[in-house]
Design a protein around this ligand. Structure first.
Ligand code: IMP
Ligand code: MG
Length: 174
């Protein structure tokens, strides 16, 4: 398989993702122990959020924020623009903030700060993928699906300039 003429190499299969999500969902709901609000980050986390919420046995509510940090470039800029804010007031709520991948950390660190300012009672973070060695700010997620090497990844919601989001597994662009 290719996107933009570049070959793709499978890194995490559809089955591996599905299995890991079952485990993650259990960890998360055992931690919360009661209904909570899931905040997914658009666009990258829409696929992961959709699968994660359907693995919970307790009722959750879902909202999305759309923040952009990448544009069509591959490197985060250290500032985050809110394209679409939450639809609702989250004051006093327990929130699970969900993203596709933690890279430099700028995005999640900044959105975490925004949710704090909105008065969330508690914020836990969950990412499907963690590129630990790329971190530029001191920020780690509470729940991590897979640690991945420093490669550019597409699939399962992650894109390269809007391509590749629909792939069922996670692929490295070679
Ligand atoms: P951070 O702010 O550098 O942590 O970047 C987080 C955002 O960058 C994620 O939400 C992704 O949208 C995007 N991103 C980081 N690494 C990749 C990648 O390998 N492929 C596609 N998008 C990525
Ligand atoms: Mg993203």
């Amino acid at each position: 398989m290719k996107i933009k003429g570049r070959p793709l190499r499978l890194l995490v299969s559809e089955e591996e993702i599905a299995n890991r999500i079952k485990g993650l969902a259990k960890e998360i709901q055992d931690y919360f122990g009661e209904p909570f609000l899931v905040v997914g980050l658009l666009k990258g986390a829409f696929v992961f959020t959709a699968d994660l919420i359907r693995a919970f046995d307790i009722p959750v509510q879902v909202d999305f924020m759309w923040v952009s940090s990448y544009g069509s470039m591959q490197e985060s800029q250290g500032h985050v623009k809110v394209v679409k804010d939450l639809d609702r007031d989250i004051e006093g709520l327990r929130v699970l903030l969900v993203d596709d991948i933690l890279d430099t950390g700028y995005t999640l660190a900044e959105v975490y700060r925004l949710l704090e300012l909105k008065g969330a009672r508690e914020i836990k973070t969950c990412v499907l993928l963690d590129k630990k060695e790329r971190r530029k700010v001191n920020f780690n997620a509470d729940f991590v699906g897979f640690e991945v090497p420093n490669l550019f990844l597409v699939g399962y919601g992650l894109d390269w300039d809007e391509e590749g989001r629909n792939l069922r597994g996670i692929y490295a662009v070679e």
